[in-house]
Design a protein around this ligand. Sequence first.
Ligand code: HEC
Ligand code: HEC
Length: 361
Amino acid sequence: MAEPGKHTEEQARALLLITRSLLSVATLTFFTVMAIVMVHFMGLENIRAAWKAFRADPVPPAPVAAPAPGAPAVSYWQAPVFDTVSDEAVTYGRELIANTALYLGPKGKVAAISNGMNCQNCHLDAGTRVFGNNYSAVASTYPKFRARSGMEESIEKRVNDCFERSLNGEALAEDSREMRAIVAYIRWLGTEVPKGEVPPGSGLVELGFLDRAADPEKGKSLYDQKCMSCHGKEGAGQYNAEGTAYAFPPLWGEHSYNTGAGLFRLSRFASYIKANMPLGATHLNPQLSDEEAWDIAAFVNSQDRPGKDIRKDWPDISKKPADHPFGPFSDGFSEKQHRLGPFGPIRQAAQEKKQSRKQGG
Ligand code: HEC
Ligand code: HEC
């Protein structure tokens, strides 16, 4: 007599075998069909290319500045909400920053004291944009000592610096309605920033130095490709249809910033465009490599523009930044190297000097 237990065991084993073979056949059929479908829709060549690309670059480059999953995202400064502000000084101040030319340009309603540019051309979105040269740290850090003037500067003094240099114009009287409004607006922007603090996203991005001199020749061909369509072949910009302000501000020539302006320093220009130009670029979505930004800066700042007597700047010449383009210098590097770089050796020499002074050398 067959034992009933053994019988079922054999049956079960057979069933398992059949199931297994059926499963392998199904898997095989699945992959064969998939392969046929892939070849049909993609073509053998494309599949081969895709495989090659996968092998050559197994790790796709991470998108710029995207925080790693789980990592705390940097929380950049945000301007306070403007819509509900009723303080007339603050609203007039913002208006003056956004539409400077209308009030203070060559045909200004209030006075003709500047070159037709708006503060906002360089301090984007009325000085509120992250890494768009915003004013987030002004209220919290001024008055402060600045080595350029060698003295403690008020916000008014700093604003007038931009009038006299970036807008190649004249200073506003410190007690004028316009100056009081501009300062009120800048202070209001910084309301929530604790004294002494510089919030993330303030001012401009910092770029690393190139290990070569910036190249105006390369910069010119990049300018022609990426900037000329808006800023013009001669860098003169374009007025809006009403002729009241620039639609595209000038980058050089008689209506541009002068040689004493912040943007005339290569690093300031390169940092500004890296995160903001061509129009539409942001710090999270830059459209220029660092090299391109430096080379374009070298080209633009090699063109003609208004001069400014800055002999009184930097009373302590050893405090001049590596890219301050005018001598005399306290180091042995040429004016040309201070203008175009390479800046690394200049900064290093300055640091070594400081170190040896500290050690009593
Ligand atoms: C051509 C470009 C340009 C224009 C136009 C311009 N600025 Fe500036 N401004 C700069 C640059 C560059 C800096 C220095 C940024 C840096 O070094 O990080 C600066 C700095 C400043 C600062 C100090 C910011 C800080 O955090 O220390 C203030 C305040 C300021 N500008 C106000 C103004 C006002 C007000 C106007 C209009 C009357 C104006 N600027 C127009 C380029 C410009
Ligand atoms: C699509 C048009 C467009 C392109 C392309 C463009 N810009 Fe601009 N640029 C602007 C506008 C508009 C402003 C003023 C922004 C504002 O007022 O909000 C500006 C402002 C500037 C400023 C500060 C103001 C000044 O005139 O000094 C600089 C510097 C600048 N651009 C450089 C460049 C460079 C370099 C390139 C090429 C890499 C470039 N831009 C490409 C439209 C453009």
